[in-house]
Design a protein. Sequence first.
Lengths: 258, 214
Amino acid sequence: MDSSAHSRHDESLIARLYGGDVDEVERDQALDLMAGCPDCATLFADFGAIAAAAGAMPVPPRPRDFILTEEDAARLRRSRRSPWAVFGPGLRRSLGGSLAALGLIGVVLTGAVSLLGTSAATQGTFATLDHRAAALAAASSSSAAGGLSIATAAPAVSAGPPELPAASPAGARANDGASSALPAPTNPFGPASSGTEYAIGGGATPGTKSLPSGEVGQGSGVDVRLVWLIGFGALFAIGIAIAILPRRDRRRGRGAGS
Amino acid sequence: MTDAQAGDDRQPEARAKGDRDADVLGQAVDSALIEEALGGRLEAFNRLVTRHQDHLFALVYRLVPDPDQAADAVQEAFFNAYRNLASFRGGSVSGWLARIAVNAAIDIQRARRRRPVHPYPEFEDEAWQPPAEPEVEPESRALAAERSVALARALQELPFEQRNCILLFDVEGYDYTEIAAIMRVEVGTVKSRIHRGRLALRGALAPNRELFRG
């Protein structure tokens, strides 16, 4: 049974001949090969000997009867109506495992993105606010100390005729009297997406809103990442349930059958 | 060889005709039992179990060479058969049950790939001898035991897809098309698995070649 001796022969052809998987031309070719090569003839004979030995391998006596009890039958009749009955146990395990894996990967990725996103948003907010504060300080150095308001409803301020900005009460009080002589403070950063006024430096006053880190640039509705996280978590749980249910079923079956 | 076969001194043609008649009769009995079982008679199904459990256990044991796991697979196969009685479309009940049993065995094999066990645990016992007829010479019996151990170990070295195909083809006598239907793969894949597996098996048995010659 030295396969290396056949390296220059077509062992596959001999194997196919033994399995009856050759056409007439190949059959003649293989028979010629065997007639002229004792190793190929031995290969063919070995296949026969191995197959015969495989058929003669002993099988131990059956360890138990596999007769179904009334309880087994009742349970199996119920499971005929089960939606799970559409899938075999192997398919159910594969499907459940895949769903659980997908859910777990989703949870991990969403969590990671959420953590990274929060960190980046915090850093970006501080940088932007610093930049805005510095620019505003240079543009309106005559502004009085106290609260400085940034009207982020930019189109109304920058595009319209010079008029008093829609300043907060704190800002209006600070510019009381002389404020009418000042040009309207235009927003040097272009239009912002929100019409909310944000107070910097002077603290939050009525009509303004202090800037919590990580909130700038986000919608004010339900956190999308949280929705994804819950969705993936649910997918994971459903996958585990699908993968485990058949095992429970099988355990019940074993107990009843033994 | 069973007692019935040992005592059968009929001519080969007569014996073959008798076997065919027995097959036809057996299929008719199986079909009638299926009909009764579909009508809700559990005893009818259990008669089917009794008729086929030995063959199914032997079939599954060759694929899953661990008696406990093979028994679990056969039990699962009968559960599946009962659950899916209505899906039986006629033909050979024995073949239908064998397909279900092979699929249960494949499920066990996949699980075993994750939790490997010792195959053929009885072969690990040095004193183990295969069951044999009393008239067989002790030397022949010892040789057969040695051959079985070597073959069992070599079979375990093959991927289970190749092993299943070889055993179903060589031992159980299924043809390529039937194996393809059971394994849910193309016929060409079955052929390839059998031919490659045969060569790999022979290579794995190279150290024991003398056991299989002469």
